[in-house]
Design a protein around this ligand. Structure first.
Ligand SMILES: Cc1ncc(COP(=O)(O)O)c(C=O)c1O
Length: 452
C-alpha cells in the first residue's frame, strides 16, 4: 500500500511528475488510486483548457490578448472569486486558483494520515524538482534558490545573516517595507551599523532621480544598498539595475539586496537581470501560491558568506539548502507551490503582465481626469504595473477606503505611510472589467458627492 501510494502521489505531484515512469504508474497506480479515493479535480477550468485556449490565440500578442474578455473570463473561472465582495487588494495577498487550493488540501489530508511519513518521506521528494521549476521561472540556477515561508523570512535571512561590523553603512529608504526597516533597525541597535536614510518623493518617471539618490549616499563605508524593487505603498517600480550598477561603480564592495516581494510573477523579468546579490519574494502574492510561501535567491558566490537565519551544522556551506532549516513547516503548502507555477506558466508571464497593465490602465483612464481625483502612481509601463494609488482631494485615505467598502463593497486598502497618502487599488488576473466599472463609479461618486 505504501509503495503504491508513493507512486501515485509521485505521479500526481506537479514537481516530480517526470520521476515516475508511466509504466509503473499504470501497473501500480490504479490500485493506489482506488485505495486513496482521491476525487477528480472540481475546478471549473483546467490548465489543459487554458493551454488549449491560448493555443487558439497563438497569433495574439500579449498586448492583444490583454483585452480579450472571453479569455480572461475563463481565467476568472479558475478562481473562487467572492460573488459579493470586489477584492481589489491583491497587493496584500492574492488568492490561489481553485486547483492549487484543492491540491494543498489533498496534501493536508494525506499528511494527516501519518504526518512524518507523508510529509517527510513523500511530499518532501518534490522539493528539488520544485526548486528547479521555480528556477526556470526566475531565470536562475536552482542552486541559488531557497524555498522559504514568506518574503520577510527570505529578506531577514540576508539582513541578519550578513557579517557586518559597527560603522558599516546600509542605504535604505523611508518608503521600504516596515518589517525590513525594523530588521535593519534591530541590527543598528545590536551591532552598531549605521543606517543611511533616503526619503523618496514618489511617483517618479525618471531613472536618474533614483540613481542620484542612491549613488549620492554612497561612502567608502557603504556595505549594503537595500532596494525595494516595487514600492508596496503605491506600486512605484525602481530601476534596480541602474541603481545597482551606479552604486557598485562608486564602491565595488557594495552588495545590493532587492526586496522583490511585489515583483516575482507580477511582471516579466529574470533575477540575474537586476544586478543584485540577494533577492527575496513572497509566493502568496503574485504567483498565487499557498499562503505562507516565499523564496530567497542568493548569488552563487555569496552563499558561503551569508549566515543562515536558522542555524545548521555548517553555516559557512555554499549549499543554498542551508537556508531551509526552518524545522517543521507546512509541506502541503510548500509542495502545492508547483501547481501555482503550472497555472502561471499556462497563462505566461508576458500575457499576465499585459493583462495587469491593461486593468490598471482601464480604471485609471476613466477616472484620472475627473475633478478632485488624484492618481499617485506613474502610468508609464516602466514605472508601474498592477498596483496604483488614488485619492480624492479633501478626503482622507481611510475615509475613502471605508466609503468604497460600505457603499460599494469594494475592498481596497488605505495607505498613510511617510509622505504617501492614498488608497491602494490592486486588481489581479481574475478581476473583471465590470468590477472595475464599479470602482470607477465609486471614485466618481466620492469625487462628486463626497464620502460622508
Ligand atoms: C515590499 C514588501 N516587502 C516585504 C513584504 C513582506 O512579505 P511577506 O508578508 O511575504 O513576508 C511585503 C508584504 O507586503 C512587501 O510589500
Amino acid at each position: 500500500m505504501h509503495e503504491e501510494t508513493q507512486l501515485f502521489y509521485t505521479f500526481t505531484s506537479p514537481n516530480i511528475i517526470h520521476m515516475a515512469s508511466r509504466r509503473n504508474f499504470l501497473k501500480q497506480g490504479s490500485t493506489a488510486l482506488a485505495a486513496m479515493a482521491i476525487p477528480a479535480f472540481s475546478n471549473k477550468i483546467s490548465l489543459a483548457e487554458i493551454s488549449a485556449a491560448l493555443k487558439s490565440k497563438s497569433n495574439h500578442s500579449a498586448e492583444n490578448l490583454a483585452g480579450d474578455e472571453d479569455f480572461w473570463a475563463m481565467i476568472r473561472e479558475a478562481y473562487t472569486v467572492s460573488p459579493n465582495i470586489i477584492n481589489l487588494n491583491n497587493g496584500g495577498v492574492s488568492p490561489q486558483p481553485q486547483h492549487v487550493q484543492e491540491m494543498q488540501w489533498k496534501y493536508i489530508q494525506m499528511s494527516n494520515e501519518a504526518p512524518s511519513y507523508y510529509m517527510w518521506r513523500i511530499l518532501d521528494q518534490g522539493r528539488e524538482p520544485l526548486r528547479q521549476k521555480l528556477a526556470d521561472l526566475a531565470g536562475c540556477s536552482a542552486e541559488e534558490l531557497a524555498i522559504n515561508r514568506n518574503a520577510t523570512e527570505a529578506l531577514d535571512t540576508v539582513i541578519f545573516g550578513l557579517p557586518m561590523k559597527a560603522g558599516d553603512e546600509v542605504i535604505l529608504t523611508k518608503q521600504d517595507y516596515p518589517n525590513m526597516i525594523n530588521a535593519w533597525k534591530q541590527r543598528e541597535k545590536r551591532d552598531g551599523i549605521k543606517l543611511v536614510w533616503l526619503n523618496l518623493d514618489l511617483p517618479q518617471e525618471n531613472d536618474d532621480y533614483f540613481v542620484d539618490q542612491f549613488a549620492g549616499a554612497v561612502t567608502d563605508k557603504t556595505r549594503i544598498v537595500h532596494v525595494t524593487h516595487m514600492i508596496n505603498w503605491m506600486g512605484q517600480i525602481q530601476p534596480i539595475r541602474k541603481i545597482a550598477d551606479a552604486v557598485k561603480k562608486k564602491n565595488q564592495n557594495i552588495e545590493v539586496l532587492s526586496d522583490s516581494a511585489h515583483t516575482f510573477a507580477h511582471f516579466d523579468y529574470k533575477i540575474p537581470d537586476l544586478g543584485c546579490d540577494y533577492w527575496g519574494t513572497s509566493l502568496h502574492k503574485w504567483l498565487c501560491a499557498p499562503f505562507g510561501t516565499g523564496l530567497l535567491w542568493v548569488k552563487k558566490e555569496k552563499i558561503a558568506g551569508l549566515y543562515p537565519l536558522f542555524a545548521n551544522d555548517n553555516p559557512a556551506s555554499d549549499d543554498i539548502r542551508k537556508f531551509e532549516a526552518q524545522g517543521t513547516r507546512s509541506f502541503p503548502a510548500e509542495e502545492a507551490i508547483g501547481y501555482a507555477v503550472d497555472f502561471h506558466n499556462a497563462i505566461g508571464s508576458d500575457r499576465k503582465e499585459g493583462r495587469l497593465r491593461y486593468l490598471k490602465n482601464y480604471w485609471t483612464g476613466k477616472v484620472k481626469d475627473i475633478p478632485k481625483v488624484k492618481i499617485h502612481t506613474s502610468l508609464k509601463d516602466q514605472y508601474s504595473c498592477a498596483i496604483c494609488g488614488v485619492s480624492v482631494v479633501g478626503t482622507e485615505p481611510v475615509e475613502l477606503d471605508t466609503f468604497f467598502f460600505n457603499r460599494y463593497k469594494i475592498h481596497t486598502v488605505a495607505i498613510n505611510w511617510e509622505n504617501i497618502h492614498c488608497v491602494r487599488v490592486t486588481p489581479n488576473v481574475y478581476t473583471s472589467l465590470k468590477e472595475l466599472d464599479k470602482l470607477v463609479a465609486a471614485i466618481s461618486d466620492a469625487a462628486k458627492n463626497g464620502v460622508k
